[in-house]
Design a protein around this ligand. Structure first.
Ligand code: ADP
Ligand code: MG
Length: 257
């Protein structure tokens, strides 16, 4: 910003298209040890946002801090104009935030239908309506609703976990490495489903280890490094950015156009 530009107002007006805005987030697990060091990201209405970066960069910590599962020391998380920093996970669900963690994201002993009901514990009356919405995105879940989640494959469990988060009609869905541990074919299917969820009107913030596929389908992405957003741009811009290629994408340089 140039020195002659007008001073910003102290309280910027809420921008109606902003679904989630994370500003200068500092957070960590142990007092005095910050894992996020001033991280800022934003998802706007209808956007599919990718988060990539090396192992240990703080990607999972960012999602957990946004979802009230890691202590926030400073900075803010604003959802649809409302400051939700530090609220607990159960409150966040009713504020429009859905979260699918990377591991242990289904109740193995429960059926698919019971898993989806668990997603609706705050609004049991809306079950039928939301079940219809989720069934359109994941018809196989409806067909196999009586099957126990513990008997499903990794890809199918991922769909149950996403379905459960969608039951509460979130404005934004936070996904932590939805393709991890899946075969290439199942990874493709998962990315397709994420794309469909996004097209159905849900903003998505997706952390992915499969950086190339993530950049191909997202609208915009952030590269996280050492707890900070190091680079941002459209998926295509980042795929072509020499610094990003050199640091994070390695041989991907050969595969772009
Ligand atoms: N539960 C935890 N307690 C303490 N430190 C943790 C915990 N989970 C992750 N960390 C540390 O936080 C840092 C970032 O981890 P993480 O957010 O999982 O990275 P990423 O998802 O980008 O691979 C790592 O140094 C990791 O050791
Ligand atoms: Mg992680």
């Amino acid at each position: 910003m140039s020195a002659t530009s007008a001073a910003p107002s102290a309280q910027p007006a809420f921008d109606g298209d902003s679904v989630v805005k994370v500003t200068d987030l500092v957070a960590g697990y142990i007092p005095g040890v910050n894992i996020l060091n001033g991280c800022s990201i934003e998802a706007r209405k209808g956007e599919l946002i990718g988060i990539i970066g090396p192992n240990g960069a703080g990607k999972s910590t960012l999602l957990k801090a946004m979802f009230g599962l890691v202590k926030v020391h400073s900075g803010s998380v604003v959802v649809r104009g409302q400051d939700i920093t530090g609220l607990k996970a159960n409150k966040l669900v009713s504020k429009g935030v859905g979260f699918v963690p990377q591991n242990n994201n289904v109740f193995a002993a429960l059926t698919i239908e019971e898993n989806l009901q668990m997603g609706m514990f705050q609004r049991p009356k809306d079950f039928a309506k939301r079940f219809d919405f989720v069934s359109e995105l994941f018809p196989e879940l409806a067909k196999r609703r009586a099957q126990r989640a513990g008997s499903l494959s990794g890809g199918e469990r991922q769909m149950v976990a996403m379905g459960r988060a969608l039951m509460m009609d979130p404005a934004v869905l936070l996904l932590d490495e939805p393709s991890a541990g899946l075969s290439p074919v199942k990874q493709d299917e998962t990315f397709l489903r994420v794309h469909e969820i996004n097209r159905a009107g849900v903003s998505v913030i997706m952390v992915e280890q499969n950086a190339r596929r993530c950049l191909q389908i997202c609208d915009r992405a952030y590269v996280l490094d050492q707890g900070k957003d190091a680079y941002t741009g459209t998926g295509r811009e980042l795929m072509k950015d020499p610094k990003v290629i050199q640091l994070y994408l390695g041989t991907l340089a050969d595969t772009v156009e």
